[in-house]
Design a protein around this ligand. Structure first.
Ligand code: SF4
Length: 307
């Protein structure tokens, strides 16, 4: 079916072809995006309408965090991945970014230089760059001394768990990507991937929060199993170790992935992907109320809470 679409952003009108499900989905997206005009502004609404329309025709693009959004609450996934609604920066996420950047930089240095003192020395300049790229952060961080104290405490915890001056890291912020089916493209960024001289692979992820309560480690490891699966499928090497480093309470969660575990991860991924595709085709993204709602930026427009 061919439908003319008005494109914004000084672009000309375009004509696109859709299946019936896609057309239904787009008409609902249109409603949603126009309903959120007050958040996005007129020009932005038109840009996003066009972006969403063309994205639907592409392969479904998934990452562990987007899948997590969908399993936590399909409506939240929709706000973020389909409606592309903007969210203000979160102080915890920005703190995480700062620490990740320092640790990334530390591994660029000669081994002998990778000390706690050097990491603390890097702190002001890396924070200055982060502020420069996002000036609105200045209003989030009102007490810079407290902000730096907290960052230093997280770095102290890191250096109590690892000694980066004793080993080489092979990759930082490694992008892994692969089509896991005809319809689903999966990708993610690995904080650190180390390949030992013996060829064994270790996948590492830093978390600036606290470790999961006993019994929740498996859920926490899902993201690293996705990366392990991608690495295994791309390079034919089964990673030897998955390591989550929690800087909030100086704890490490480790796991050795097995082939059956990664095959089961692949099944879960395909199932979530299928559920998302079904939700897109039917334009049905149910709300899922939970404690998460108290931290959800979209609570004020969410049908589960409004009216
Ligand atoms: S407020 Fe709760 S139910 Fe609504 S989108 Fe956010 S997480 Fe989902």
């Amino acid at each position: 079916m061919s439908v003319p679409l008005l494109a914004g952003c000084n672009c000309e009108a375009i004509e696109l072809s859709f299946g019936v499900g896609e057309l239904n989905a787009i008409s609902r997206f249109e409603e949603a995006i126009f309903r959120h005009r007050r958040i996005l502004g007129e020009d932005e609404v038109l840009c996003r309408y066009r972006a969403v329309s063309s994205r639907i025709m592409e392969r479904l693009r998934l990452s562990p965090s987007r899948m997590n959004d969908f399993t936590n609450c399909p409506q939240l996934y929709k706000y973020r991945a389909i409606d592309l609604l903007p969210e203000p920066p979160s102080i915890d996420a920005e703190r995480g970014k700062l620490i990740h950047s320092i640790l990334e930089e530390i591994f660029e240095l000669e081994m002998a230089e990778r000390t706690y003192e050097k990491a603390v020395e890097l702190l002001p300049s890396i924070w200055a760059k982060q502020l420069e790229s996002k000036p609105e952060l200045a209003s989030l961080v009102l007490d810079e001394k407290e902000w730096f104290d907290r960052a230093r405490a997280l770095l102290t915890n890191y250096f109590s768990l690892e000694r980066p001056e004793t080993f080489e890291s092979t990759y930082r912020e490694l992008h892994l990507e692969r089509d896991i089916s005809d319809e689903i493209y999966l990708h993610g960024y690995v904080d650190r991937l180390d390949i030992a001289p013996t060829g064994e692979v270790r996948i590492v992820d830093y978390k600036t929060g606290k470790s999961p309560k006993p019994g929740w480690e498996e859920k926490a490891l899902f993201q690293l199993r996705v990366y392990a699966l991608l690495y295994w499928q791309i390079h034919g090497v089964l990673p030897r170790l998955l390591k989550l480093i929690y800087l909030g309470d100086s704890r490490v969660v480790e796991s050795t992935p097995t082939e059956p575990q990664l095959k089961s991860t692949e099944k879960i991924l395909n199932n979530i992907g299928e559920e998302i595709l079904t939700a897109i085709e039917s334009s049905d993204f149910p709300t899922k109320k939970s404690r998460l709602c108290d931290w959800c930026f979209f609570k004020s427009i969410c049908p589960a809470h409004v009216g």
